[in-house]
Design a protein around this ligand. Structure first.
Ligand SMILES: [Zn+2]
Length: 485
């Protein structure tokens, strides 16, 4: 569209251009904002929170919402495409509601909100839902847009299917099931697809957000939609939906593109399940990435993708293979204690049964806990993964060998160094006793699959542990830096 306009502008006098644009818009996109005034819009509670400046709607002031009440489609949209050009300032929160209706005060209760938040962290609560989230329904934890730069938000509703793209990258593809789970407090029973108008949010006085354009394309009522049976509503699906609605961050930070699993498959699985992903290459001696150039190549290949990027640091010598600068380009860094040199000077991999000789189980455990504590004290990591993993020969004795004292040593070291501990879905570790003690000590947790092949699952063990150990959103790890986009 933009390119076409430039060509037209170069060839045609202004008057002709105006006519052409008018016709093009009626066949294609129709502006809801005229670029000069708030004609066609009605603000709730604090109209002063919205104004037009230099051809942009500025949202800044006390909490209020600006509803579209103009003539396009009678301000009642069912199937549609909406495209907005948006810019945030640091710490700003906004959003575009759709299928909604005017309310004198408070946020809209009908319809959905396409969230706009690149760096807002919340006041009095921890806000993790980033730009492109369907608020409380499909949450994005990594923003694909930055402050002080224009980005596009594209919302498409066709029947019960809802898609959102940020800067042309698809981040949400959600099909609303027949009986969706809506349990947020207060419950919003009308957080559903139906029909209605749009509203722009002014979230709070510290938030300043600009809208340069708001374009809509109404779609026919009978537009083809994919069958609803794509969404299998089973127990994990319901549990994931419940957690999404209370803002519990569901991120699998330990996914590997291994065994033929492609990034596109990870993203498709993510859109289907609602679980966000962190993709981590293995970095270390004898692994796919062995130097800074390898890190740069990987990050370049993942640029702009809606996944976190993690570094799985391997072996113990990784700390000397990469520069701090290169390591710092990842969203987070993790390692495990499955590779080390034992007291006899032999390098062992705990998952390779033939390499692990255990004459004395207690002595082995003491040595293993020493190694773990050393890693937590010495290596600059954010997450300790595959924690408490035991080799096959002694795995059955997990509860006896992981004594209270050994658990405490690991937990103390993690707490002291502010390292999160992974709850691993593949190995179903650590056990609930460990998790409860770690939570008590203030340790944060991450979820991870550590897939060996293409099956990512749905964090089943982690979902169990949320319930069994009473984990809350505040217990969860979230990266504080963001990899270069
Ligand atoms: Zn791994």
């Amino acid at each position: 569209m933009k390119r076409d306009l430039t060509v037209l502008a170069g060839l045609l006098p202004a008057a002709v251009l105006f006519v052409c644009l008018g016709r093009a818009a009626s066949q294609d996109w129709t502006p809801l904002f005229d670029g000069r005034s708030l004609s066609g819009w009605k603000a709730s509670e604090h109209p002063e929170s919205f104004r037009v400046e230099d051809g942009k709607i500025v949202c800044n002031g006390p909490s209020a919402h600006l509803y579209y009440v103009g003539d396009v489609a009678g301000a009642d949209f069912k199937n549609f495409e909406l495209k907005a050009e948006v810019m945030t300032t640091p710490g700003a929160n906004s959003g575009i509601y759709f299928h909604t209706e005017y309310r004198e005060a408070g946020p809209p209760t009908k319809g959905y909100e396409a969230q706009i938040n690149n760096t807002y962290v919340g006041h009095g609560y921890r806000e993790l839902k980033k730009t492109g989230s369907v608020y409380g329904v499909r949450n994005q934890y990594k923003s694909l847009a930055g402050d002080e730069q224009w980005f596009t938000m594209h919302v498409v509703v066709t029947g019960k299917r809802l898609r959102i793209s940020v800067n042309d990258t698809l981040v949400v593809d959600y099909t609303e099931p027949a009986q969706p789970v809506r349990t947020e407090q207060p419950p919003l029973p009308d957080r559903l697809l139906s029909h209605g108008t749009f509203a722009l949010q002014c979230h709070d006085p510290e938030s300043k957000v600009f809208y340069k354009s708001v374009l809509v394309k109404p779609l026919p009522e009978d537009v083809a939609v994919p069958p609803l049976d794509q969404t299998v509503v089973d127990q994990p699906y319901l549990e994931i939906s419940r957690l999404q609605s209370i803002g519990f961050p569901l991120v699998d930070f330990h996914a590997h593109l291994k065994g033929g699993l492609t990034l596109e498959e990870v993203l498709e699985h993510s859109r289907k399940t609602g679980i966000a992903y962190g993709v981590a290459p293995n970095c270390g001696l004898g692994f796919p990435i062995t130097d800074d150039e390898g890190i740069d190549r990987f990050l370049e290949s993942m640029k702009g993708q809606p996944v976190f990027l993690g570094m799985q640091a391997e072996g113990r010598e990784w700390v000397n293979l990469f520069s701090q600068e290169a390591i710092g380009k990842f969203d987070y860094v993790f390692t495990d204690a499955m590779t080390f040199t034992d007291d006899r000077g032999k390098r062992i991999h705990l998952w390779v049964d033939q390499e692990v000789e255990i004459d004395d189980k207690q002595a082995f455990m003491e040595m293993y806990v020493d190694r773990i504590v050393a890693i937590l004290n010495e290596e600059p990591i954010d997450i300790f993964v595959n924690p408490t993993f035991l080799p096959g020969a002694i795995r059955e004795e997990y509860d006896e060998l992981w004594t209270a004292e050994r658990m405490e040593r690991v937990i103390d070291a993690a707490a002291k160094n502010e390292i999160a501990i992974e709850i691993n879905a593949r190995y179903r570790i650590p056990g609930p006793a460990f998790i409860k003690r770690a939570k008590e000590a203030g340790v944060k947790f991450s979820f991870g699959t550590n897939n060996g092949g293409r099956d990512l699952g749905r964090l089943e063990y982690c979902l169990e542990m949320i319930k069994e150990c009473g984990l809350t959103p505040g217990d969860m790890f979230m990266p504080t830096r963001t990899s270069a986009q």
